[in-house]
Design a protein around this ligand. Structure first.
Ligand SMILES: [Mn+2]
Length: 198
């Protein structure tokens, strides 16, 4: 099977973003967002999902990270939707429960084209910032990504106290769940739906 690649870009008065994603990659990442912890999270997403990801994000970080993170999510979600294409033969569902020290995060995904976002346990993230990353942007990132990608995305932060650990566990759990959901199962003819469409 040919590797499933996609590009997406977006340019506004606030941000200029280009993303290339290979769903069938090996975890290589070339990331530049201007926000160190966000670079770290996108690199972890690529590595642990075995996706190849180039992300060039230029935004108005002199204001704050909000526009950069939110718009990067829109572009990454668009790239995911394009890369999985017609969804023929994919597993569709994926989930993972990922531990990172004291943090434990459940992520579940349905690539159903009906966006929905649930984030339980958000209150466990008590630190306002991790480095230059505003922790309120975790919700913005995954909400925007779920809508752009057309995915049902659930997070439950089951335990955790350290914001770096909780957020990193979320990105890694998401990446592992997405890796599962996008895998091809040769037993699946057409798309995995009784409706015949996803
Ligand atoms: Mn880390």
């Amino acid at each position: 099977m040919a590797a499933r690649n996609a590009e997406a870009a977006r340019r506004t008065g606030e941000t200029d973003i280009k993303i290339h994603l290979n769903i069938d990659g090996t975890g290589r990442a070339k990331i530049s967002t201007g926000i160190g912890f966000f670079d770290h999270m996108l690199a972890a997403f690529a590595r642990h999902g075995l996706f190849d990801l180039d992300a060039a994000v230029k935004g108005d970080i002199a204001v704050d990270g909000h526009h950069s993170v939110e718009d990067a999510a829109i572009v990454l979600g668009t790239a995911i939707r394009r890369a999985i294409g017609d969804k023929k033969g994919i597993k569709r569902y994926g989930y993972f429960i990922l531990p990172m020290d004291e943090a434990l995060v459940l992520c579940a995904i349905d690539l159903c084209d009906r966006p929905y976002f649930v984030f339980e346990g958000e209150e466990k993230i008590t630190a306002p910032m991790v480095g230059e990353f505003d922790t309120q942007l975790v919700r913005e990132f995954f909400y925007s990504l779920s809508y752009a990608a057309g995915m049902n995305l659930h997070f439950h932060v089951l335990s955790g106290t350290n914001a770096h650990h909780i957020i990193e566990a979320m990105f890694k759990a998401f990446s592992k769940a997405l890796d599962t959901a996008t895998q091809i199962d040769v037993r699946i003819e057409d798309v995995l739906s009784t409706k015949g469409t996803l």
